[in-house]
Each structure stands twice: as C-alpha cells, then as structure tokens.
Design a protein around this ligand. Structure first.
Ligand SMILES: Cc1cc2nc3c(=O)[nH]c(=O)nc-3n(C[C@H](O)[C@H](O)[C@H](O)COP(=O)(O)O)c2cc1C
Length: 215
C-alpha cells in the first residue's frame, strides 16, 4: 500500500481557536490512517496574504520565478496527494489569510495555465467552520456557494481529481441566528456536560466528513 501524503492547511489567527482544534483532529485522524502529514499553519508560519509584485503573475511567462516563500509553499503542495484546508467561514467565503494564500501560491504556470496541470490528480477537502446553527436556512445556500467557489472555481480549474466542501455549522458555543428584523441573535451557551456533549458531536461530524472524503 502506498502512503498518502497529506497537507493539512489551517487558516486562523488564534492557536486556541476551534479551527485549530479541528485541524489537529483531522491531522490525528489521518496520521492514524497511516497518512504522512505536513501541517501548514498559515498564521504561525508568518504567511503574508497580500499580493506582491514578485508573486503577481506575468501572463507572458508561465515559468516566472516567484518569491522564495511562495516557491516553498508550492513544493509543499506538490509533495501532497491530498490537501485538507481548515478555515472559519467569513462572509460565506474564506478568511483573507486563506484567500491570499490561494492568490499568491496557486499561481499561474504552477496551479493553472498548462495543458498538463501540475496539480492534476490531487484531492482537496475544504473544511469550513460556520457560526450559523445547523437549522439556519442560510447553511445550504452557503454550502452551495462555497462549493462553486472552491471546488468548481479553484480546484477543478486547477486540475484536481476530487474536491468537496464540508460546512460545519454550530462552530460557536453560543448559537447564532438572525431574526426577522435582521438582528443577530446570540443565544446562551450550554454549560457542563451539555457543552462537552455538543463539542463531541461537533468533532464526530468533523471526523465523519474526513473519513468519507479520504476513504
Ligand atoms: C468576519 C467574520 C465573518 C463571518 N461570517 C460568517 C458567515 O458568513 N457565516 C457563518 O455561518 N458564520 C460566519 N462567521 C462566524 C465564524 O464562522 C465562526 O465564528 C467561526 O467558524 C468559529 O470558529 P473559530 O473559533 O475557529 O473562529 C463569521 C465570523 C467573522 C469574524
């Protein structure tokens, strides 16, 4: 059996975030399934999401040498068979940190723009944590939007063989919803065993999504 090499990308500014916890859970699960894991924590590794002149594509040169930092990130993507990208959903999209990583690293001539795409055959699972509750009717259209952006607009455009988005609602302890007047309603967080049980249920959903995709 060949070992699957997996790059777990985590996009969050806080190491104690739920997002960081989910990334750890994913890495542990896949390590236990014999994957070789590389964890790329964009914030703690100091990735700057702002586009630079050096990393701006030159449409006349798909072999342009991008910055050293970007080339190092490209190498880590190339080394992986599977990517799992973990992020909090911001405005029904990715946080700027992750968007900037895609903009700078998934660059012309590397990720797209060739008839023989370098990322061809790889798989990517996008794991988005949502503050919305599971009952919120916004969740389904939000998942569709993310699927269109991340799977259709990016992964398949770059030649990936398989891409899926797992939206995880209830990422906040205090349930959030929007009332008929448009106000954000923030409920009470449960306490004690009820909260612990909610966290366990959340973690089970994370693992189910990873198991289903990676199988
Ligand atoms: C700028 C911003 C935008 C957000 N937009 C959304 C959104 O569109 N939909 C949603 O369900 N939650 C949204 N949230 C809530 C986050 O998804 C939620 O706080 C996060 O997933 C919790 O995980 P964390 O503790 O790792 O940050 C937003 C939060 C922030 C700060």
């Amino acid at each position: 059996m060949t070992t699957t090499r997996t790059l777990v990308v985590v996009s969050h500014h806080r190491p104690d975030s739920r997002t960081a916890h989910v990334a750890e859970l994913v890495a542990e699960r896949l390590r236990a399934a014999e994957h070789e894991i590389d964890v790329l924590d964009l914030r703690s590794e100091g990735f700057d999401p702002r586009m630079t002149l050096e990393d701006e594509p030159d449409w006349t040169d798909r072999d342009k040498a991008y910055s050293v930092q970007v080339q190092q990130h490209m190498e880590r993507i190339l080394a992986a068979d599977l990517l799992v990208v973990v992020f909090p959903i911001y405005w029904q999209s990715t946080p700027a940190l992750l968007k900037g990583w895609i903009d700078r690293v998934w660059n012309y001539g590397f990720a797209y723009g060739r008839s023989d795409p370098r990322l061809a055959g790889k798989r990517v699972l996008w794991v988005g944590l949502a503050g919305a509750t599971a009952e919120d009717p916004i969740v389904a259209p939000m998942a569709d939007l993310l699927e269109a952006q991340l799977s259709e607009g990016i992964a398949y455009y770059c030649g990936f063989a398989k891409s899926a988005v797992a939206v995880l609602p209830d990422a906040e302890d205090q349930p959030q919803s929007v009332d008929e007047l448009g106000n954000l309603v923030v409920g009470e967080a449960p306490a004690g065993e009820e909260l612990a049980s909610q966290h366990r249920a959340f973690d089970r959903r994370v693992l189910a999504a990873v198991d289903e995709f990676a199988a």
